[in-house]
Design a protein around this ligand. Structure first.
Ligand SMILES: [Zn+2]
Ligand SMILES: [Zn+2]
Length: 277
């Protein structure tokens, strides 16, 4: 049985994480991680408590680069970001980025969180999607699809994040063929960019979700197309650095995956490497 021993998706006190970056690295090292990628929420002009303050971006870059040096030869540390569609940061300032969509933009240029307050999202669906949950899901997948096609990220972040509040609001039927087809169509287009599809255990780790993103039917098709997956904890607290990984491993085994991709233990050999199950 293989062990991932890595996460390319972790948050710190630079954004909405609970653990300072150095402490996160120390915990990862003590857990035997071979690599760790910091991915604070990239700077944006709204929802300031959530992301790196634009004026602190350079401090983030400096500190992660220092940590990278401190662990050189012991654990490979990478400077990444989780970049929302509406972020104002430049992805070129980082070694890699995760493309995620966390918001819908309203006509007045204010934003509503997709995995934030359920009643706010419900209001958005009522006001802007004709109370139709499938319309909301369609909008989400087309935003993510266009964003990935345009920016070609290394990693597609929590692909079916709309499940988060659907599990609270029951906005649409996740088993319906209409929903499944729209998700699969978007995923198929993204497959062409060669991005890694993230198996994100953050929701499971924090007890918000019963299974990782994305749902099994999506992973199954992704595998059939020959797509690669990366297992990430989307961790906001060092205690949860590998939370949900055993469940993700069971799912991958049941779907016939024989490996995943992780951040490379040896950056000189490239940024990504395969790890067997
Ligand atoms: Zn996210
Ligand atoms: Zn995240």
């Amino acid at each position: 049985m293989g062990h991932i021993l890595s996460s390319a998706h972790v948050h710190t006190t630079f954004c909405d994480g609970k653990t300072p970056a150095r402490e996160m690295a120390k915990t990862a090292y003590e857990m035997g991680f071979v690599s760790l990628g910091f991915t604070s929420h990239a700077a944006q002009t709204f929802d300031p408590g959530y992301c790196i303050e634009p004026s602190r971006e350079k401090d983030y870059i400096k500190e992660i680069n220092e940590i990278k040096k401190e662990y050189e030869g012991r654990m490979a540390v990478y400077l990444g970001i989780e970049r929302d569609l509406y972020s104002c940061s430049n992805p070129k300032d980082f070694e890699y980025f995760i493309a995620s969509v966390h918001y819908f933009e309203k006509p007045d240029k204010t934003y509503v969180g997709i995995d934030a307050d359920a009643s706010d999202l419900k209001k958005y669906v009522d006001e802007y999607c004709g109370s139709d949950g499938l319309e909301m899901a369609k909008r989400y997948f087309s935003l993510l699809r266009d964003y990935v096609i345009e920016t070609k990220p290394a990693i597609i972040g929590h692909f079916d994040l709309v499940r988060y509040n659907n599990s609270r609001l029951n906005l649409y039927d996740e088993e319906s063929s209409v929903y499944r087809n729209m998700a699969l169509e978007a995923l198929r287009v993204m497959f062409e960019t060669n991005a890694l599809l993230e198996v994100n255990t953050g929701g499971v780790g924090r007890g918000y979700m019963t299974s990782p993103y994305p749902a099994d039917f999506l992973l199954k098709e992704w595998k059939a197309w020959g797509g690669e997956v990366i297992v990430n904890s989307d961790c906001h607290n060092a205690k949860l650095l590998d939370a949900g990984y055993s469940q993700a491993e069971e799912i991958r085994l049941s779907l016939g995956f024989d490996h995943a991709v992780r951040l490379s233990a040896n950056p000189e050999k490239g940024m990504w490497e395969r790890v067997g199950l």
